[in-house]
Design a protein around this ligand. Structure first.
Ligand code: ZN
Length: 244
């Protein structure tokens, strides 16, 4: 499995960068996890929009879905230009009917509701879900293929259930929207100490901090998380690639 970070900023994209978007590839299958602002522009450095095989969304905040509309336009236009562009499945929860409806567009994309209590197979990936603590319904994902696991927390305050959910993952892609001195509970986000503690308790192989804040020295997040977690810690950055 190969993970490529397309965008990693919390809330909105930083200048010339993107908010949440992660490309997962295995056996030639290309799955985009979240599709925030700036993702479509940045993703084209790696893969054309017509070459995606599926998209899955954690929740419907703009920094995770803003580029769905332009992804639909891109596939429409590439199809009109003569490329073979099949209907793209976009998986999302259907707890917000209006947002879910927008995932379907002509024959270009089709919204498919995932059922968080069940396993989901998308191409070679087996996905399980955990509801997060966030102001709107949001789901973390444990994505497995070929005996490897990548766990993406999506947006969430710290919750104990993450420990079991992320157990022994090869990569924990953990949101870290706050510094250690801040409390993210009300906003539905984690701080650096919580991300580190989760990685340590879940005994993951490496921790990638993402959904990063737009202020302060973000390298400080790694320093803080390392007081809780003894393994490898990286900051998410554009086009960071990790193969497991
Ligand atoms: Zn959110």
């Amino acid at each position: 499995m190969k993970l490529t970070v397309i965008g990693h900023w919390g809330g909105y994209p930083s200048k010339n960068e993107a908010s949440s978007g992660y490309l997962l590839e295995h056996d030639g299958f290309q799955l985009l996890v979240d599709c925030g602002s700036g993702v479509l522009a940045k993703m084209q450095n790696i893969i054309g929009p017509e070459n995606l095989d599926a998209v899955i969304l954690s929740h419907y905040h703009p920094d995770h879905i803003a580029d769905i509309g332009v992804l639909q336009h891109a596939r429409l236009i590439q199809g009109l230009l003569g490329k073979d562009v099949p209907t793209l499945p976009i998986y999302g929860h259907d707890e917000n009917r209006e947002e879910f409806r927008r995932l379907s567009y002509k024959e270009i994309t089709k919204g498919i509701a995932y059922h968080p209590a069940k396993h989901l197979m998308i191409g070679p990936f087996q996905i399980t879900f955990l509801q997060t603590n966030h102001p709107v319904p949001c789901y973390a994902m444990r994505i497995e293929a070929n005996g490897k696991a990548i766990v993406y927390t999506a947006d969430s305050a710290y919750k104990e259930e993450f420990i079991e959910f992320a157990k022994n993952a090869d990569v924990l892609l953990c949101e870290c929207n706050f510094y250690g001195s801040q409390n993210g509970k009300k906003a539905g986000h984690m701080n650096s100490f919580e991300a580190g503690r989760l990685a340590q308790k879940a005994t993951v192989s490496q921790l990638i901090l993402t959904h990063l804040p737009h202020y302060g020295q973000i390298s400080e997040l790694v320093h803080e998380a390392s007081s809780e977690y003894t393994g490898i810690i990286k900051l998410a950055e554009e086009f960071l690639t990790i193969a497991v």
